[in-house]
Design a protein around this ligand. Structure first.
Ligand code: UDP
Ligand code: MG
Length: 320
């Protein structure tokens, strides 16, 4: 029996792209000796994506359509596809042909060579606006500094996952999810494939600037505790400067009776008392943040560790 490859495609208003994508997928699948299932997830489209998908389904029995009751977002659609998939390997790709289906054999090759997570890394085309490039550059720079999992710059959602990885992914319970980040958190052996994304032919980019900014902030808070601890750090910084200076002012003026003739004014003393108080308040907030961070981790309820494969004693005996 040839191995089964699941292809998962989240689609939101992609009526014009789906037939093109399906044709492209058919072409590739004809060329390689694998079985395929195509899982198309309609994420509350307002155009006739569903009708188009149903028509395609009649021509091709390998197509499975999951229809969302409303728009839940790409991350949710991808998760739904992963839950439904049965393949030995699962490939996630966009509907707009920006993740070229012709690369599928390459992904599978890397998987067969031992890559458990094969990641498509985007080479930036010249057509991309300088602003978008700059923003994404900054995003990855900040993420790399503050995130507790390694996140590869320009790694896309165009990925192949081994069955073991998909099973672990499906066991995650958190609601606020960025598929990429979660997959990166899982670990496993990775391989990278670089590709250039063509521009969209039909339809509009669903990820508007504001949505992207929202996603960026979500990633900061979901993959880093730094924003939570920031108040505490600022407080400690203020305290460490204001306390010695404040003490110096008080001792110099009232205990030593101003031997150096600084003649500190009342407002100056008041300012430092205020600074010290603000420092204490912020430091305490940081302390509370540490507790919240703990609660946050508990609520996420991620597993403590991820096992690649567990070999039973009987299996070991068989191998020997
Ligand atoms: N998408 C989705 N739900 C949404 C927005 C987008 O399922 O709410 C799908 C969309 O149909 C496409 C993929 O996610 O298959 C990527 O979307 P898009 O091309 O708009 O984003 P970008 O290319 O900027 O990543
Ligand atoms: Mg796109």
């Amino acid at each position: 029996m040839p191995k089964l490859i699941s292809v998962i495609v989240p689609a939101h208003n992609e009526a014009k792209n789906m037939p093109l994508l399906h044709t492209a997928l058919q072409e590739v699948s004809d060329k390689i000796a694998y079985n395929f299932e195509f899982i198309f997830v309609d994420d509350g489209s307002r155009d006739d994506t569903v009708a188009v998908l149903k028509k395609l389904q009649k021509q091709d029995k390998r197509i499975q359509v999951i229809e969302f009751a409303r728009n839940f977002g790409k991350e949710a659609a991808t998760s739904a596809g992963l839950h439904a998939s049965k393949g030995d390997a699962v490939v996630i790709m966009d509907a707009d042909l920006q993740h070229p289906p012709s690369l599928l054999p390459k992904f599978i090759e890397r998987w067969e060579a031992g890559g458990e997570v094969v990641v498509g890394v985007r080479r930036y085309s010249k057509k991309e606006s300088a602003f978008k490039k700059m923003m994404s550059g900054w995003f990855y720079r900040i993420m790399q500094q503050i995130a507790h999992t390694h996140i590869t710059p320009h790694a896309t959602d165009f990925r192949l996952l081994d069955r073991a990885v998909v099973d672990e992914f499906n066991a995650l319970t958190e609601r606020n999810r960025m598929t990429r980040g979660l997959i990166d958190w899982l670990g496993f052996r990775r391989a990278y494939i670089h590709f250039e994304a063509p521009t969209r032919i039909h339809g509009e980019v669903a990820y508007t600037f504001t949505k992207l900014v929202g996603l960026a902030f979500n990633s900061f808070t979901a993959y880093s505790m730094l924003p939570l601890r920031l108040a505490g750090y600022i407080g400690v910084l203020i305290l460490s400067i204001a306390t010695p200076v404040g003490l110096f002012i008080v001792i110099e003026k009232y205990i030593l009776n101003d031997p150096w003739g600084f003649n500190f004014s009342g407002p100056a003393i008041l300012a430092f008392i205020l600074l010290i108080l603000v420092g204490i308040v912020l430091a305490c907030m940081g302390l509370i943040a540490l507790y919240i961070a703990n609660i946050h981790n508990e609520v996420l309820n991620r597993p403590l560790y991820i096992v690649r494969r567990q070999q039973q004693a009987t299996e070991l005996a068989k191998e020997e």
